[in-house]
Design a protein around this ligand. Structure first.
Ligand SMILES: [Zn+2]
Length: 150
């Protein structure tokens, strides 16, 4: 099909695509900030070096890439068609490390929130999903629960 869009239209499209493709971690961070949740980045004294550390809520937040962290039943967690042994051992190591970090956080009574990349993508596309997920996060932060995965 021929490209019949004017340059202005095209650059508008590109801008829309770009804003939709904001890194999930940055998107979630901005969302949390907008509802008054304050965080620290790059905290290295908390197990697993969480993407965000919410001191007030004693919560480590991880935005997990579905491919690398093997999100169960997620279409982004596909298996590459070649070098299957290489990928399998890499994925197994990632899964083990994640489990280890979660156990460590649990044993230290630190709350652990995992938000999958595909969940953030859905939030970016759909405001209702965005509000639902945000509400679930707030509920979790204010609860006594130690683990939530969204
Ligand atoms: Zn996923």
């Amino acid at each position: 099909m021929a490209d019949i869009k004017s340059p202005e239209e095209r650059s508008k499209n590109m801008a829309a695509i770009k804003s939709r493709n904001t890194k999930p971690e940055v998107y979630l961070r901005k969302k949390l900030f907008s509802i008054g949740v304050r965080y620290r980045l790059g905290v290295d004294n908390i197990p697993g070096h969480p993407d965000l550390w919410l001191k007030k809520y004693n919560t480590a937040v991880f935005v997990h890439g579905c491919f690398w962290h093997r999100h169960k039943n997620c279409r982004y967690a596909y298996m590459p068609k070649s070098r299957i042994d290489f990928w399998s051992s890499k994925f197994d190591a990632n899964i083990l490390r994640d489990r280890y970090v979660q156990d460590l956080l649990y044993s230290q009574n630190i709350k652990c929130l995992i938000v999958w990349e595909c969940t953030v993508r859905k939030m970016q596309k759909d405001t209702i999903v965005c509000e639902e997920v945000t509400a679930a996060i707030v509920d979790f932060l204010c609860s006594k629960d130690l683990f939530l995965e969204l």
